[in-house]
Design a protein around this ligand. Structure first.
Ligand SMILES: Cc1ncc(C[n+]2csc(CCOP(=O)(O)OP(=O)(O)O)c2C)c(N)n1
Length: 696
């Protein structure tokens, strides 16, 4: 441990003067640190007696980091936090609370959340690891190590887009700096000069791995040079030092000079979690760190400065202990969440109007009858949808790899950067996690990002960000945020790209609650659904098909959106129902024409959106035909069509006259050779054969 033990009065005075700190600010910091310690010790006792369930990673020992850093920002600045997040939540929430009553309420709601009560910040749905107060700019803690780093970066991007001068503080542990999220985010933030301050709380260990074994670098902040940004190391036990470093970094960020990486050397007093016997460190080491306890250090500094007397500090401790009693009473009295809360806040409410539904019905009729309607390709429909929405709402912006001058791998965004500039059509490095996570953070911070992941095969790289953060944050944070982002991507076989660029992975995305999945087949559907996705307040995975970009179709001139959850019957029939989506709509329609010549009348339902699923249209069709064939280009193994069949089984079994049949892709990685590639996915013959079997 190479840390200074005490600071001389001259040194303290110099720090105070340099930072223009007032007595009131330091006393507030003192109180907040005591409150965090008291809360953590209390939670530790609750865990010890077994009266508290769930994981709580205690912050005791690290108080000077959260409090020093958050003292240096404005009330309207933002933070993101970690699984060890009580300290950040307290310091930030206490800053946002003005009266003693508000401050007590804040303390109450923190404890109530940790114990899972309805009076908690997240109504008992987040708990210790996901505590958040989004309404006041605490964008939340995460149970995924490093998961908050891309989100913070996106929140900072939103400040740039919206031209505010707010700054984002992003806290994480030394364990997180090995993670791709860290590298991708700092790469993007430095490239874009984003107003974010990354704060590594190096408490010497990840879970058990010591920093000295995790890296050849003496300091985690040494990594900053890889991104061309300042890297600063501070004594994380000293409130004044943390405050000073963060204040400088925040000033830099506010002036538009970009991010800083700060490492605060600190120590967690307890185990990683309650069950940790701390076998990886000695009791002597623990005692040595406690010798320099951050609270005792600040107390001694206040005494040295004569800014407080011993009696005043004792009184402060007593007030803290009373406050904690109040919080415990509140959380005891707070009711358990009621069961109706189980399904509340998974999705933000829809804004579709009756007129939107009607217009879609009218336009679908019109595009069939109006032979003179203008034709657009699928790719042009994307461009037009983005352009219209960007013109209507300055918060809409695009980000992704090569979407600017290049126009995206399929040219779908070509020309938009020229039209809207580099600030709104942002070419990112190859960093899918950061792209997805920045979209999440930006969406939670007042913008409407449309990110692009070049192929659906790469979306698993961004899955933590989009599925764990984006799709869950609304629910986990008690319905107090929404994540209005779209992730455009493309799937499907047909270009001899082999197994890494040809899959149909929609079932990965339909599996998660909290995110919609859209898969349009025609330019008309694409344009209306993409515009709807951009206006929607929920995350949307928008999966295009790479074989359709050059296909044309009628698209009306007027401004329209297509509400989600409305399937389109692309062909009416009475003998057998095909349920399908995306490119397979066209193969199914071809099969239907073939079968019509044999006297089999096929109904083809294009789902358009997989989630929400238009079960009514499917069931009504099954009631008419009594037969169902599901067609998908995804692997047969757990494809989304299996889910459709399970739903029909649950809701319309009695109407079926024959077993349902799946026509899906072979359970093999998609091969390169054309002849094999086409054999892996359904074709007109295999679809027609399934229909013949269904009616036989
Ligand atoms: C992506 C991910 N990997 C592993 C874990 C399990 N885990 C939770 S906390 C932790 C240690 C994290 O260390 P650090 O980032 O230094 O933070 P600290 O716990 O020291 O505050 C681990 C391995 C996790 N939650 N998320």
């Amino acid at each position: 441990m190479e840390q200074k033990n005490r600071y001389s009065v001259e040194q303290i005075t110099a720090l105070i003067e340099e930072q223009e700190l007032t007595r009131e600010q330091v006393l507030t910091g003192m109180r907040q640190m005591m409150e965090i310690r008291a809360l953590e010790n209390h939670i530790g006792r609750l865990l010890g007696t077994g009266s508290l369930k769930g994981a709580s990673h205690l912050y005791a020992g690290q108080e000077a980091v959260a409090v020093g850093a958050i003292s240096a920002i404005r009330e309207d600045d933002l933070i993101t936090s970690t699984h060890r997040g009580h300290g950040h939540c307290h310091a930030h929430g206490d800053k946002a609370a003005h009266t003693p009553e508000e401050k007590q309420e804040h303390y109450n709601r923190m404890l109530a959340e940790v114990v899972g009560k309805s009076g908690g910040y997240c109504k008992g749905k987040g708990g210790s690891m996901h505590i958040a107060d989004v309404l006041h700019g605490n964008l939340g803690a995460t149970g995924i190590v490093s998961g908050n780093i891309p989100v913070a970066t996106g929140a900072a991007l939103a400040q740039k887009i919206n031209k505010t001068d707010k700054v984002v503080l992003c806290f994480f542990g030394d364990g997180a700096v090995a993670h791709g999220n860290f590298h991708e985010s700092l790469t993007c933030a430095s490239m874009m000069d984003l107003p974010v301050v990354y704060i590594i709380e190096n408490n010497q260990y990840a879970m058990s791995l010591p920093w000295k074994n995790a890296s050849r670098l003496p300091n985690a902040a040494d990594k900053a040079c890889a991104y061309g940004i300042p890297g600063v190391v501070v004594d994380g036990m000293n409130f004044l030092e943390v405050y000073g470093a963060v204040k400088t970094a925040v000033g830099r960020a506010r002036r538009g000079e970009g991010p800083t990486l700060i490492e605060a050397k600190t120590y967690r007093y307890t185990g990683h979690s309650h069950s940790d016997p701390r076998a990886y460190r000695t009791r002597e080491e623990e005692a040595a760190w406690k010798e320099r306890d951050a609270i005792e250090l600040l107390k001694s500094q206040l005494l040295d400065l004569k800014w407080a007397t011993g009696q005043e500090l004792d009184e402060m401790e007593t007030e803290v202990s009373n406050k904690l009693k109040g919080a415990q009473q509140f959380s005891d009295a707070s009711p358990e969440p009621t069961l109706d809360q189980l399904y509340a806040d998974v999705y933000a409410p829809e804004k579709w109007t009756e007129r939107d539904y009607q217009r879609d019905v009218e336009l679908r009729t019109k595009i069939k009858s109006d032979k003179n309607m203008r034709q657009l390709t699928y790719a042009q429909a994307i461009q037009e949808a983005c352009r219209e929405e960007m013109n209507q709402n300055p918060g809409v912006f695009l980000l992704g790899e090569d979407i600017g001058v290049y126009g995206g791998a399929y040219g779908a965004t070509r020309g938009l950067q020229e039209e809207f500039g580099e600030q709104r059509v942002i070419d990112t490095p190859i960093a899918e996690s950061a792209i997805g996570g920045m979209a999440v953070g930006a969406a939670m911070s007042g913008t409407r990002p449309v990110c692009e992941i070049m192929y659906v095969d790469f979306t698993p790289i961004a899955m933590d960000q989009i599925a764990n953060q984006g799709a869950k944050n609304r629910y986990m944070f008690g319905g107090k945020t929404s994540v209005p982002m779209v992730c455009r991507t493309n799937g499907g076989a047909g270009r001899s790209f082999a197994a890494h660029h040809s899959q149909s992975l929609e079932a990965l995305w339909t599996h998660f609650p909290g995110i919609y999945v859209v898969m349009p087949a025609t330019p008309y559907d694409l344009k209306g659904l993409l515009k709807a996705a951009i206006r929607d307040d929920n995350p949307v995975m928008f999966i295009e098909h790479k074989m359709l970009y050059k296909e044309s179709g009628p698209v009306p001139d007027e401004d329209y959106i297509i509400p989600f959850g409305v399937a389109d019957i692309k062909r009416e029939g009475k003998d057998v129902t095909i349920v399908t989506y995306s490119r397979m709509v066209f193969r199914s329609l071809e099969a239907a024409e073939l079968l019509a010549r044999e006297g089999i009348d096929v109904e083809v339902i294009d789902l358009r959106t997989l989630n929400p699923l238009d079960l009514d249209t499917i069931i009504n069709s099954v009631k008419k035909t009594g037969r169902l064939v599901g067609v998908t280009e995804a692997y047969e193994n757990t494809s989304f069509i299996n889910e459709v069949m399970a739903q029909v089984n649950d809701h319309a079994f009695d109407w079926l006259d024959a077993p349902m049949i799946r026509v899906a892709a072979a359970n093999v990685p998609v091969p390169r050779a054309e002849v094999l590639e086409d054999a892996t996915i359904p074709n007109v013959n295999s679809i027609a054969e399934a229909c013949r079997k269904a009616v036989s």
